[in-house]
Write a protein of this length. Sequence first.
Length: 244
Amino acid sequence: MKKLLIHLLMFCVASALSLTGAAQPVGSDASGADALGAYVQDLLAKQQTTLKAPVGQKPWRIEVVLGQLDPRLKLAPCSKVQPFMPAGSPMWGRTRVGLRCEQGPVRWSVFWPVTVKVWGEALVPVTPLRPGVPVVAADFRLAEVDLAEKTSPAVMQLSEVVGRTVLRQVEPGQSVRQDDFKARRWFAAGDPVQLKVRGAGFAVAAEGTALTHGDEGQCARIRMDNGRIVCAQPVAERVAELIL
C-alpha cells in the first residue's frame, strides 16, 4: 500500500508540472533528466490517440521506447518546459520529441529520441518467398507485427500481393512490406487505356493510348483521342487515373 501511495503521489506531481510548470527548476542532472522524460511520456500518451487501426481490424497496441539525451548536454535550469512534436516528425517508428524551455535564465530547445512501436495484424509468409516465384494466398497468414518498424507500409490485404513476385527473399514470420514486391505493370506502351479523370464534384472516363509502360507507382504518359498527352497513375489492368 505504501508503494502504491508513493506512485500515485509521483503521478499527481508529474501531472501538475505538465499543467502549471515545475515548482523546482529542471536542469540536466539526473533528477532533471527524469523530469524531462516525464514531459516526453506525457506528450506521447496524448498523441497515441491519433494512432488507430483501420475499421474492421483489431485495435493497435502502442509501445513507446525512450532513447537517451546526449550526455554531453548541459541544460540551464528551467521553470517551465514545453514538450512538442517537431514539424515532419511523425508519431511512428524512430522519431523525436522536442523540449523547449519557456521560463528560465537561458532559453533552450532539445530533441529527445524515441521509438514508437505500433503492433497490429499484417501478413507474414509461412514459407520462404523467393524472387521470381509468384506468391499465392496460401503463402501467408496474419500475425501481430511492428507496423512502424520500417518506412515501407506493411501489407495487410492478400489482394495487394497475390500473383506478384518479391524482389528479395523473405523468410517465414517476417513482416512483408510493399517495397518487398516488384511493382505491377498494368499495361504496356501501345496498349489502349481507359483514363478515369476525377476532380472536386465530378468524374469522367475517356479512352487513350499508352505512350509509356504503366508501372505501379510511376506516372504513365497517355495520348488521348483528341491528341492531348497527360500523365496519369496506373491503377488497374489497362486503367489509369488522373486527379485534378
